[in-house]
Write a new protein. Structure first.
Length: 665
């Protein structure tokens, strides 16, 4: 009873460390991919779609719903939406709670593996406050790492608990562990290392009784789950592999096609317009993978650098790029290879004298495998990839603290624990500082100095932020850097076209847009490129060419709401009322429940045509979708005035003015 109470208190201490370290992240907004996956994802914005994720058809049919390859993550976002609406603090609270749960799982695993007290407590604390974890915890769209780790820890803990149990109990725990393994895989592919970690447990903490049958049964159960997951994952692999050439995707698709059912439901209706999945145009590191030696050397250096970040997680860098090496003497590859070999040798030779520390080292190397770029990744390196790896570092560090304190007298023991506590306090301070850097896009991209190589996406993000601030010359420089690093980066060429447009360099602007269109051919990104070019041409006064661009966009993507609206507005201004009306009606039929722009735009057309009563109905429909839409209130005010409804006109005008005032505050 006393032991259980102590463990409960220790788990509370670990969870408290997380909340102390990450409480400031609740003030952060959405950053980076959050805008795509959460704010601009219609499927997530409707929590009622959660029921579709428990429908077997969702897993048996191919469709174009964003994040469909990670349905557990998708479900978590919809639950957050139901609980918190669009308030970022709620989503961040979920991430912090998941990290707290994972930190407690690290403590529970250390306890289950019989690490000597107080090593389990320190393992949980070190995992909780390690500064490298901030990217995964502070960015909502990186939650898959947290979810995959949660299910992996839970599944591994159940396997450890199965050791020493009688056969019926062992079977039940293994089946439960395999089910959790499946949930981990459906959260993120990094959970695939669970079978290897189970083997490590048996190697470093042997439990001979029934080991062969227990391990064989567990690996068989995990194999069945992995095969089922591959059947789900293969048809969705095109999104990931289109970034790296598509050869493996094409091979898998040909292999799977005879066995895979054709779509029976139009899932795209649930994800109109921008929520559709599209394959990125060009992968920045394709040349690296074309050179086998450069690829091997860069993988060695990148893996060693990631291990270095576990020891010294500084500085914080978003969108890291790999440390490219093309020769053994290039960038000091040999020392990094020696560092990797040293960790591997320690994991092998330390099994008897320091099993917990050696297990931690072996854990780090094993969990780095999925992010080692054996299978090319779109982002070859990232701090979030180290989330699960950090658990191994926590096991090793906790063993070191317990080993230094044990048997050296109370005074030495207290000093060791005080030093460990001071280290944890420094980590908390660094976590809070890093969380502040993740507060918004501007802070992470413009206010954080780059301390390591960054990929083209980082320059692209900075270019967008600078363009939003009207700093077009600086934005153009960032976009030029992005396309210089990745000449096939169609999105970068679009941004460069917009920046040149802001500078009045029309010839350069059009050339950049045309380059983006050329790169986008045959890719689902093409409708967006046509839309962006059409918007530029409209502002430049070339309405004939703009009309052709918008028509091309909607012909390629018939559910592109924004393109229908812009085409309708262009035709309206040209006096082509009938065609404009058709475009607006199409946009209204496709509009997201919270998007009042199509109804409002259609109302403007009807107002221009003198059909005030119909215009009033459309403005009211826009407000039904978005009650804070100022232009719709003012539009109602105008048409009510024309209809002689002066009191109502004055009320709508006042409502529009109040909205403006409240937003100004």
């Amino acid at each position: 009873m006393r032991r259980s109470w102590r463990r409960f208190v220790a788990a509370g201490v670990v969870a408290a460390a997380v909340f102390i370290a990450y409480s400031s992240s609740l003030l952060n907004g959405f950053v980076g991919d959050d805008h795509i996956y959460i704010e601009n994802n219609p499927f997530v914005r409707d929590p009622a779609n959660l029921r579709l994720l428990v429908d077997p058809k969702f897993y048996l049919e191919k469709h174009g719903i964003l994040l469909s390859s990670r349905p557990v993550f998708l479900a978590s976002l919809m639950i957050d939406r139901a609980l918190w609406g669009a308030v970022p603090a709620g989503y961040h609270a979920t991430n912090v709670a998941l990290h707290a749960a994972n930190s407690v799982w690290v403590f529970a695993l250390a306890s289950a593996l019989a690490l000597p007290p107080p090593a389990p407590l320190w393992a949980g604390i070190f995992f909780a406050v390690h500064p490298i974890q901030t990217e995964a915890v502070d960015v909502v769209s990186f939650r898959p790492d947290l979810l995959a780790a949660f299910f992996l820890f839970f599944a591994l803990w159940l396997y450890v608990r199965a050791r020493g149990k009688r056969p019926p109990g062992v079977a039940a725990l293994i089946v439960s562990s395999a089910a959790l393994y499946g949930l981990g895989l459906l959260s993120k592919e990094m959970a695939a290392t669970l079978p290897l970690l189970v083997v490590l447990v048996e190697v470093f903490f042997p439990e001979p009784k029934g080991r062969r049958g227990r391990l064989a049964g567990a690996l068989a159960a995990y194999g069945v789950v992995a095969c089922g997951y591959l059947g789900f994952w293969i048809p969705r692999f095109r999104y990931s592999d289109a970034r790296v050439g598509g050869a493996l995707s094409a091979l898998l698709d040909r292999w799977a096609a005879p066995f895979w059912p054709s779509p029976g439901q139009d899932w795209s209706r649930l994800a109109p317009g921008r929520a559709r999945v599209f394959a990125p145009i060009s992968w920045e590191w394709s040349a690296l993978h074309a050179d086998r030696r450069a690829w091997v050397l860069t993988v060695i250096k990148s893996l060693a650098q990631e291990l270095r970040l576990l020891v010294w997680p500084s500085p914080l860098v978003a969108d890291r790029a790999p440390w490219v090496a093309r020769h053994w003497a290039d960038l000091g590859v040999l020392p990094w290879l020696e560092a990797l070999l040293a960790v591997a040798v320690f994991a092998s030779l330390g099994r008897r004298r320091a099993p917990a520390a050696a297990f931690g080292a072996a854990w780090c190397l094993t969990t780095l495998l999925p992010v080692s770029n054996v299978i090319p990744l779109y982002n070859p390196v990232a701090e979030r990839y180290l989330y699960l790896v950090a658990a191994g570092a926590a096991f090793s560090a906790a063993w070191a603290v317990a080993r230094l304190a044990r048997g050296r007298g109370e005074g030495v023991e207290n000093r060791v624990y005080l030093a460990a506590a001071l280290l944890a306090a420094v980590c908390v301070w660094r976590v809070r500082a890093r969380s502040a850097q993740w507060r918004d896009d501007r802070a992470i991209h413009l206010e954080t100095p780059a301390g390591a190589p960054q990929n083209a996406t980082a320059s692209f993000a900075r270019g967008g932020l600078l363009a939003d601030e009207g700093r077009f010359a600086e934005a153009a420089e960032e976009y030029r850097t992005a396309v210089g690093r990745n000449p096939g980066f169609a999105e970068g060429w679009l941004g460069l076209g917009a920046a040149y447009g802001g500078l009045g360099a029309e010839a350069e602007s059009r050339a950049s847009y045309e380059k983006a269109l050329e790169l986008s051919r045959g890719n689902p990104f093409l409708p967006y490129a046509c839309f962006a070019y059409g918007a530029h041409l409209t502002r430049d006064g070339d309405k004939a060419q703009a009309e052709r661009m918008y028509e091309r966009a909607v012909s390629l993507e018939p559910r592109y709401v924004e393109a229908w609206v812009n085409l309708g507005a262009l035709l309206r201004d040209e006096g082509k009322s009938r065609r404009s009306r058709e475009c607006y009606l199409k946009a209204v039929s496709l509009a997201d429940p919270g998007d009042g722009v199509p109804d409002y735009s259609y109302g403007l057309l009807l107002e221009k045509m003198g059909r005030s009563s119909e215009a009033a109905r459309e403005f009211q429909a826009a407000l039904a979708r978005d009650a804070s839409m100022k232009p719709a209130h003012l539009g109602l005010s105008r048409v009510y005035a024309r209809l002689g409804r002066r009191r109502e006109a004055a009320r709508e005008f006042a409502l529009g003015s109040i909205v403006v005032e409240s937003r100004a505050k």
